[in-house]
Design a protein around this ligand. Structure first.
Ligand code: AMP
Length: 499
């Protein structure tokens, strides 16, 4: 079933179920489907057809969701891009995707100004555009590309590009729908659930949250800009039932001074992804929400779900077992290693996922170099290091490239971060390796902490706690105001290392 049909099916099944909330705009599934068909009609009037790319530099607003569905209805590729990156990066992606139509809003006017040879469509009153989305939506409804093969491309997401140029990840209707279904099932969603739509729709988490809601006749509550205060207000007012967020956002929510005064009792299911959560943060989330379901979802843009742990209460931070659609292996973390070069039992290895997953992409857009690096013999090499515990459950140890080798010992940043995060005055911490003449690399901790916190105090805490081997202790502490992060909550360690 392609996604146009999928939306139609939901609209026929539950026309009056609330689909989308954005401020004062409320749409049920019948209205959403109607708007998508009319917007598709407007796009078709501009010459957009099957396989054409439509780019959008938009926040999470109702128009973004309508545009996603209009593209599905038309058989065009939806190419959502981040308004947080530089205009040059957006221009690169637009050209790489070959998009001729780009939708922009006030937050992306600067990006729009850097684009050449494209037709700009304004959303929410963005200036400098010849056309507005409202005009496109006034068109007659498009009949829909309902016979489109579900192997056709639905969306192209760009990976955050913490190293090098962003890479386009084209994903089929089938892979997208499978990802939405797997999320609905594995995150324990129920018919009519409501989720907070704050993870960007240009990221795989935001995209699939919206899709999962559409499959269960659920509601997607847009939050265009992150603010913990506003999120708490929306959760209370809109009776949000599921939260699927990056760890950073959970951190902001549970530590917000206004949180205890809010009624958060509607929240039943929690899930996080994008980065590891420290055990300390898992505990704080459990205290704040007392959820029925608390899932650690480990996945990526390329293959939506690798593994899942459905009971964070029992094993905080654990990434669990291969997900519904996935087969995983740990392979030797060496250049050139393939899926058959298994890591010895009990040892750490690079996590590989078989591309037979229904949720998998089929290769990068125009990047044979990236395919050659990441895809080997039908397996996708994640670049993540993992190990299995005595029960056979997976733990993410870090990125292969982030491992610190100090005095010949391997030290994983996450382990040191987890130990430091338990100090009551530490709010956030990132650990990196800095070049060192004697040790090769020395462990440096960049810490966001309460005023007056001293390195000696932190070091004494690690020595007393005994949770961390002595040689893994940071040799240097940097007390910083904030940590650089990507939209999905990944600490940009490269930025820290460069600094
Ligand atoms: P992205 O494609 O931006 O979603 O990034 C995918 C990468 O994020 C993975 O390869 C991991 O490095 C990291 N990641 C995603 N989910 C988790 C998780 N639950 N725990 C630890 N790392 C994660």
């Amino acid at each position: 079933m392609n996604l146009g049909l999928s939306l139609l099916a939901t609209a026929e099944r539950t026309p009056a179920a609330e689909a989308l909330v954005d401020g004062h705009t409320r749409l049920d599934y019948a209205a959403l489907q109607g708007r998508a068909a009319r917007l598709a009609g407007g796009l078709a009037g501009l010459g957009v057809g099957r396989g054409d790319r439509v780019a959008a530099v938009l926040k999470n607003r109702h128009e973004t969701v309508e545009l996603f569905w209009a593209c599905q209805w038309l058989g065009a590729w939806f190419v959502p891009l981040s308004w947080r990156v530089s205009p040059a990066d957006v221009a690169y992606c637009v050209a790489d995707a070959g998009a001729r139509i780009v939708l922009v809003e006030p937050a992306s006017e600067e990006h729009a100004a850097a684009l050449a040879d494209v037709r700009l469509v304004s959303v929410g009153g963005a200036s400098g555009c010849a056309l507005a989305l409202d005009e496109l939506r006034a068109a007659d409804p498009h009949p829909g590309a309902l016979d489109l093969d579900d192997g056709a491309i639905s969306i192209m997401l760009y990976t955050s590009g913490t190293t090098g140029r962003p890479k386009g990840v084209p994903r089929s209707h089938r892979a997208e729908r499978a990802g939405g279904l797997s999320q609905a099932l594995q995150h324990g969603y129920l018919h009519g659930d409501r989720t907070l739509g704050v993870m960007p729709l240009y990221h795989t988490m935001g995209d699939h949250s919206m899709l999962a809601m559409s499959l269960i006749s659920g509601c997607y509550v847009c939050q265009p800009d992150w603010s913990a205060e506003r999120a708490l207000e929306l959760i209370e007012r809109e009776r949000v039932t599921s939260l699927y967020l990056a760890p950073t956002l959970f951190h902001d929510l549970v530590t917000h001074p206004g949180r205890p005064t809010r009624d958060l009792s509607s929240v039943r299911a929690l899930g996080y992804a994008g980065a590891a959560m420290t055990g300390a943060l898992v505990e704080r989330c459990l205290e704040a929400f007392d959820p029925e379901v608390f899932v650690n979802h480990y996945g990526s843009t390329e293959i939506y779900t690798f593994s899942l742990d459905a009971n964070q209460r029992a094993k905080p931070g654990c990434a669990g077992r291969p997900a519904l659609n996935a087969r995983l292996r740990l392979v030797r973390p060496e250049p050139g290693a393939g899926p058959d070069d298994l890591a010895p039992p009990g040892a750490e290895g690079e996590i590989a996922c078989q591309l037979t997953s229904d949720e998998a992409f089929a290769g990068y857009w125009n990047r044979p170099d990236a395919d050659a690096k990441a895809i080997r013999d039908g397996w996708y090499l994640t670049g993540d290091l993992g190990r299995l515990d005595e029960d056979g459950d997976l733990w993410i140890v870090g990125r292969v490239d982030d491992m610190i080798i100090s005095g010949g010992e391997n030290i994983h940043p996450l382990e040191v971060e987890d130990a430091l995060a338990r100090h009551p005055k530490v709010r956030e911490v990132a650990v990196i390796g800095a070049p060192d003449d004697r040790w090769g690399q020395r462990v440096v901790a960049c810490v966001v902490a309460d005023a007056g916190t001293t390195p000696d105090e932190l070091d004494a805490f690690l020595l007393d706690g005994g949770a961390l081997a002595r040689f893994k202790r940071p040799r240097e502490y940097r007390l910083v105001e904030a940590l650089p992060k990507s939209a999905s909550g990944k600490i940009l360690r490269r930025v820290l290392r460069d600094a």
